[in-house]
Design a protein around this ligand. Sequence first.
Ligand SMILES: *Cc1c(COP(=O)(O)O)cnc(C)c1O
Length: 421
Amino acid sequence: MNIFEQHESEVRGYCRSFPAVFSTAKGAWMTDTTGRRYLDFFSGAGVLNYGHNPDRLKQALLGYLMRDGITHTLDMYSEAKATFIEQFQQVILEPRGLEYKLQFPGPTGTNAVEAALKLARKVTGREQVVGFTNAFHGMTLGSLSVTGNGFKRAGAGVPLTNAASMPFDGYLGADTDTLDYFEAMLLDNGSGMELPAAVIIETVQAEGGVNVASHTWLQRLREMTQRHGIVLIVDDIQVGCGRTGHFFSFEEAGIAPDIVTLSKSLSGYGLPMALVLIKPELDQWAPGEHNGTFRGHCPAFVTATAALSFWRDDRLQQSVKRKGEQVQEKLERMLRKHEVKGNVRGLGLIYGVEFADTELAGRVSQACFERGLIVETAGIDDQVLKLLPSLTIKEDELAHGLDIIDQSLQACVKQCVLEAA
Ligand SMILES: *Cc1c(COP(=O)(O)O)cnc(C)c1O
């Protein structure tokens, strides 16, 4: 029994799938204490979009620490925060024609979601929030109430209230526009549904199995929520910060949400940081009405500012597009080659393969780990192999990882045939 099994709580999760003890990491590679190297197609569930310990962020962080830059200020003003706000305006918001106030909640994603839900309820005076099937918004009670996963919901131990679940795009098959149902519920006074304060949505459901909402569906949702006076919250915690190829996942659909939550890759270095973007007219918080001790961790502001340098031109965006096409093509070719039934979906550099055989994704993930590749599963039955390489991964590294998936799939299919015989 190792020290973790002996002393760490049973709640441990990912370490059960990937039981190495990691010690160092650089770029797309992680190294364990035995010196074994693993290629990372997981990227901390979207925390490490720029890879492990990216040089320009590390230099900025080291410089800040070496000159005794202030680390903690609660939410008092700091030079590091001023620089981040100024650069975020200049590099991200202004060029996209977006106008938002910035709220720094506690440093986790779920804290940003809680803040967004509270604020939507406060400004509308209403209680209900609509989430979607297979959504994932975090583990605190408000976030859980709009999360789909029954196992995680049950962990709450209390009723999850003031929330309703609507079918996500494609939930009822390709021929049904699920917003017809939502709209009918809103319009009919006999539907039994109250007018919600807010709708919260991931444009690409990541934990939920890489489900991609179409642009037309998102545009219709924006139009509907506007017409009914419902606050539209886009949870861009996992698929924002460039994961879909643009800084925000909703850019290509051409919509502007009322509230946006960001976290995971925002600091760009794996330092905890979260941000709530609020349309100015909705910024009706009273001072300190939502607070937290670690709001605005200065070293995270420093690396987050350095990370914005990736967004000063469209080089990263172009390379994500190129690499994404490579991933999609290779995954589709793999399924054909091994005659495996499945469905490849995604965009940017988030891709999922949903296998008809629901056990296959888990087996392939394990086989990949044995061959030195970290790639996780997603979806309610862990039926989707979820690829999340860093955006900055080199093309030959990407090809190497895809080859490992190919070999692992082949081995698993062979094993299945043997077991069936
Ligand atoms: C990870 C995630 C969260 C929760 O973030 P934590 O930092 O784990 O609290 C919320 N929403 C989405 C879409 C996420 O992927």
